[in-house]
Design a protein around this ligand. Structure first.
Ligand code: FES
Length: 94
């Protein structure tokens, strides 16, 4: 299971967090990954001074994410993270 936490604090909210939540929900549904990814919200993680929204994927924190970047973020960050989680689950001793 991959946990994705989107900051929905007031600064990230203004920078597009609600739209990012919508886009990620659509991606998860389209790819039928409802049983593989848990999407949650979080309060401010103290990175408001950055451009864009703060998103935590697994244990890695990413800042500066905008709704326009979500397609690329999905392909370059979320898909590999999900693949890694699935590999670890399939072979937990690695
Ligand atoms: S509101 Fe998102 S990091 Fe502060």
């Amino acid at each position: 299971m991959l946990f994705i936490e989107i900051c929905v604090g007031s600064s990230c909210h203004l920078k597009g967090a609600p739209r990012i939540v919508e886009l990620l929900k659509e991606k998860i549904e389209k790819e039928q990954l409802e049983n593989d990814i848990i999407l949650t919200g979080a309060f401010c993680s103290g990175r408001c001074n950055r451009v864009g929204v703060t998103i935590t994927v697994g244990e890695d924190v990413y800042t500066g994410i905008t709704p326009e970047m979500i397609g690329e973020f999905w392909e370059k960050t979320i898909v590999p993270a999900l693949r890694k989680v699935k590999e670890e689950q399939a072979c937990p001793n690695v």
